[in-house]
Design a protein around this ligand. Structure first.
Ligand code: ZN
Length: 213
């Protein structure tokens, strides 16, 4: 169950104070095949990032200064969840964030479009952007290998994002890369099973873009 409370923040860019919502607790029951946590209760995803209502500066909550509780501070704007994460990605891009970090933020924009906004077109747009950036991060050795080697997981994820955006052929190619990466890695048994089930799903069912016929 999701609980939340008001926070008073000061924008690091325009120095204006505003009121936002912070998450006290939340939980989830399972995950989508692209790792979106299926939260129960109110969806906390929009509130994991903050957007200044005065200048649209957007970032993680800990990048804002603490404000003094006051009645006259404006509340955060009611933006679509995908837009909140898109704005955070813009901030991080200007700050020179890594390709991998940008991919994660834009993937969350896609989750927001799916689970909060119900906007299929925006979900597809951000899944595609995230997919390209995750692939680029893999190519450029930009995927973390410590403390855990995330490369097998991200290789699977790239396949899954291709599948979700209708490119079954490339999805299967990416899935096929994963099992050789898992040889001798016992703690990723769950990933092996996921790759097998998503490969079967991709082979059996027509993609969303070719459901007619
Ligand atoms: Zn501001």
């Amino acid at each position: 169950m999701t609980t939340w409370y008001d926070v008073f923040l000061v924008c690091p860019k325009c120095e204006k104070a505003f009121k936002g919502t912070s998450i006290g607790s939340c939980g989830y029951a399972g995950k989508d095949s692209d790792f979106y946590p299926q939260y129960w209760g109110a969806n906390p995803l929009p509130h994991f990032v903050k957007v200044c209502p005065s200048c649209n500066y957007a970032d993680l909550p800990n990048k804002f200064k603490q404000g003094t509780p006051g009645q006259d501070a404006p509340r955060e704007k009611n933006l679509p969840c995908w837009r909140r994460y898109e704005l955070v990605a813009e901030t991080h891009r200007q700050q020179g964030a890594s390709t991998f970090s940008l991919a994660q933020t834009l993937h969350r924009a896609a989750w927001g479009a799916r689970a909060v906004d119900g906007d299929k077109a925006k979900e597809q747009e951000f899944l595609q952007q995230a997919c390209e950036l995750f692939e680029q991060a893999l190519r450029e050795d930009g995927v973390p290998t410590e403390p855990d080697d995330l490369r097998p997981i991200i290789t699977y994820l790239v396949g899954e994002l291709y599948r979700r955006t209708g490119d079954r052929e490339t999805a299967l190619k990416r899935f096929a890369k994963v099992p050789p990466m898992l040889k001798g890695v016992e703690k990723l048994d769950w990933l092996q099973k996921l790759v097998e089930s998503q490969t079967a799903l991709t082979q059996e069912s027509p993609s969303e873009k070719s459901t007619k016929g």
